[in-house]
Design a protein around this ligand. Structure first.
Ligand code: HEM
Ligand code: HEM
Length: 174
């Protein structure tokens, strides 16, 4: 049985799952926007979801300073603990780097930047000739693949904890 006193708190769980859903939606819409061109225009939705991830991530990082993660289950090797810490830290970096690089790309484009068509968001002072645009464009594509690979690893680890090790790690985030 999971020790429920060691669960992530309600806000941490809500932020984890809402950001997870939005990130997965954006990885899919980002990678599918070219093949689906002419069928559906996913980019406005992609940008709005991505900017939402940025706001939620800033809130999540601030909240993260208010609590300590539950300890690793007994029997966790040092390598496993380091891998979990490393992937989680990379996730926080990617949850910032993906929206910020996307914001730079969108700022250099001709369309206004809106949040689901409900509010205008400020554009950064970047043009397509700037080095910042080129770096952001490369980074957005490259880091997108890294994010996808790490997400697959993270889900595989969560499922291993749940079905193989049966140690309640998934339950404390559920
Ligand atoms: C969690 C946040 C985000 C994720 C995971 C994400 C993911 C992706 C991925 C995987 C691609 C395809 C890259 C490629 O293979 O070329 C992409 C493209 C794109 N993303 Fe994002 N994105 C995020 C946030 C944003 C934001 C906030 C914006 C703008 C405000 C944005 C604007 C774009 C644009 C314009 C493209 C098309 C780039 C091009 O091909 O010219 N993204 N995104
Ligand atoms: C791309 C989407 C996802 C992202 C960005 C993400 C990110 C994170 C991060 C940053 C943490 C560390 C929390 C902390 O201690 O600060 C975490 C923990 C966790 N995530 Fe995810 N997650 C995603 C999807 C998922 C999915 C789909 C599952 C389940 C199948 C899952 C299960 C868990 C579990 C069980 C923990 C707790 C691990 C532990 O206690 O050591 N996550 N996630």
């Amino acid at each position: 049985m999971a020790d429920t006193s060691q669960r992530y708190d309600r806000v941490a769980r809500l932020l984890h799952w809402s950001i997870a859903l939005l990130v997965l939606a954006n990885l899919a819409s980002g990678l599918l926007h070219e093949p689906l061109e002419g069928v559906v225009r996913l980019t406005p939705l992609h940008k709005s979801i991505g900017m939402t991830v940025l706001a939620l991530t800033l809130a999540r990082i601030a909240w993260r300073f208010t609590w300590r993660a539950p300890p690793h289950p007994a029997g966790t090797s040092r390598l496993e603990a380091a891998a979990a810490r490393g992937v989680h830290a990379l996730f926080y970096g990617l949850m910032l780097a993906m929206p910020v690089s996307g914001w730079v790309i969108a700022s250099a484009g001709k369309y206004p930047l809106t949040w689901f068509g409900l509010a205008d968001l400020p554009k950064l002072a970047v043009t397509r000739d700037d080095q910042a645009y080129l770096v952001a464009h490369e980074a957005h594509a490259l880091l997108g693949w890294l994010f996808l690979a790490l997400a697959a690893l993270h889900v595989a680890a969560a499922l291993r904890h749940h079905f193989v090790l049966r140690d309640g790690v998934l339950a404390r985030m559920a």
